[in-house]
Design a protein around this ligand. Structure first.
Ligand SMILES: Cc1ncc(COP(=O)(O)O)c(C=O)c1O
Length: 494
């Protein structure tokens, strides 16, 4: 369609455009553009619909539709018998500014004004990778998604939707769906020796939100926080986001070195630890260290955040109780997740808060995002109370133990690096010869079709031997065999 002069002074209407847009919409766009560009000034009269239809060779209905849209959005005012006028309510200076303004781009000043907290958050390293493909060996942190009983989950979900009560559909309790909180309290008491009642359990959107709530409620900008070195990036991110000053505390075979932490910052406000299965090295914090940590926290008034992220998977050795269960002074914030037993996209986890923090945590949770979806919480409560949760853990424990064994065997056979069996967890550490950079090794592995983590990426100050983090839970024996072959090939080229 060509550009058409009209009875509107100085206005040429161009009805070209996407064939997907109806013609009235293109006319509307042209008239709106002329108003915003100041070519049609407020108060000016538009030609009648009949006139414009003749000028443009359009049906009157098309023009009427365009006018109706402009009236509905307030660009023009129409009065029967009097005519249609550009609205005076649109201030002229705004129109002229718009006419001159360049489109907003990412770097334009109006987009750059962040709060200090916003700047901090934007600058904090976080994993944003979204995965759509089947997990490939040895991506870590992922359970065996193909072995999850989705038919059961679907049945329980359908059952809940069929009988969706008002309780499930309105705003829920920010602390979580009561039957789920009760089920979590019972499970943690029995299997992790956590001492709590259901009122201390707060259902959250995974461990990450638990860390975020704890950081925002317990820390002011500049406060010192002990973090394990090497340690979990998600914990560091949440602490940095709250403006905390990270104090790296080395871990050795007994876990976090408490004496070293006290030497570096006795007045720290918070210590983040993974005592049952240190992330990523896998050691258990010794009883002596646990007692020293609790003693320091009680004496100095510090809080301990205990991340019990993969405690369900212990294959041999004695069961390891939680640090929280040893705490008599109410200094431990215990956090756990369903990402490892169910699936990570569920975004459900929990905090067991010491009594003094329960109200503040629930309030913060409500402010951040009100609460987790109640239907999913109710399905999970059913999944636990019907015994599916315990059964799935039992099954996966056997499967993951076998997978770990297969990985150790294949690595030893290939002779690519040193690896030691672990009594727990879903990943192993493969120790490289020191002259090989783990970052380069991980890059080379990715080029050969395997995903591994580089230990040095989890280190702050501590200089560790080069090592790779290898998840095994999500991969069967065949995939593990092939993955190790690819890995050996990648490493042979270094
Ligand atoms: C140490 C540690 N904590 C917690 C999590 C779980 O995080 P989320 O519950 O936010 O999925 C992970 C996941 O990989 C982890 O490695």
């Amino acid at each position: 369609m060509a550009k058409r002069p009209t009875s509107l002074p100085n206005i040429v209407i161009n009805l070209d455009g996407s064939p997907a847009d109806p013609i009235y919409r293109r006319l509307y766009d042209e008239l709106r553009g002329a108003i915003l560009a100041g070519k049609l000034v407020p108060g000016s009269r538009l030609p009648s619909t009949r006139e414009l239809a003749t000028d443009l060779g359009l049906s009157r209905t098309t023009v009427l539709n365009a006018f109706d849209q402009l009236i509905a959005e307030g660009y023009v005012e129409g009065h029967t018998g009097v005519g249609t006028y550009v609205s005076r309510a649109l201030p002229e200076d705004l129109l002229h500014t718009r006419a001159k303004a360049a489109p907003l781009t990412k770097g334009s000043p109006a987009k750059r004004v962040l709060s200090r907290r916003g700047e901090r958050l934007a600058a904090t390293a976080v994993t944003l990778t979204q995965r759509n493909d089947k997990p490939r060996p040895f991506r870590s942190g992922i359970p065996a998604l193909d072995l999850f009983p989705f038919a059961t989950w679907a049945r329980l979900t359908a059952q809940r939707w069929r009988n969706a009560s008002y309780e499930l559909l309105q705003y829920g309790d920010p602390a979580g769906y009561k039957p789920l909180r009760q089920a979590i309290a019972a499970y943690l008491g029995a299997s992790r020796a956590v001492r709590c009642d259901a009122d201390q359990v707060i259902v959250v959107a995974g461990s990450q939100q638990a860390l975020e709530i704890a950081a925002q409620v317990l820390l002011d900008p500049g406060d010192a926080v002990w973090v394990e070195d090497p340690g979990y990036l998600g914990a560091r991110g949440a602490m940095l986001g709250a403006g905390a000053r990270l104090v790296p505390v080395p871990v050795n075979e007994e876990g976090l070195d408490v004496a070293e932490g006290i030497k570096r910052s006795a007045a720290a406000h918070v210590a983040c630890v993974s005592p049952s299965h240190q992330f990523p090295l896998g050691m258990i914090m010794s009883v002596a260290r646990r007692l020293a940590l609790l003693e320091w926290a009680a004496r100095s008034g510090a809080w301990i955040i205990e991340d019990d992220y993969d405690s369900e998977y212990r294959y041999s050795g004695r069961p390891v109780a939680s640090l929280q269960g040893l705490d008599t002074q109410g200094r431990v914030v215990y956090i756990g997740t369903f990402s490892k037993v169910l699936f990570p996209s569920l975004r459900l986890g929990y905090i067991v808060a010491p009594p003094d923090l329960v109200d503040a945590f629930i309030k913060a949770r409500a402010i951040f995002d009100r609460h987790s979806p109640t239907i999913e919480q109710s399905v999970l409560a059913d999944f636990i109370s019907d015994g599916h949760f315990a059964r799935h853990i039992r099954l996966m424990r056997t499967v993951y133990a076998e997978r770990q064994e297969a990985l150790v065997k294949e690595i030893k056979k290939a002779g690519v690096f040193e690896v030691y069996p672990d009594e727990a967890g879903m990943h192993l550490v493969g120790w490289l010869p020191n002259e090989v950079s783990d970052v380069v090794a991980a890059q080379r592995a990715a080029e050969h079709g395997v995903d591994v983590g580089a230990l040095s990426n989890y280190c702050l100050e501590q200089k560790m031997r080069s090592a790779l983090i290898l998840g095994y839970a999500a991969y069967d024996a065949k995939e593990i065999r092939k993955g190790v072959r690819q890995l050996a090939e990648a490493l042979s080229q270094l």
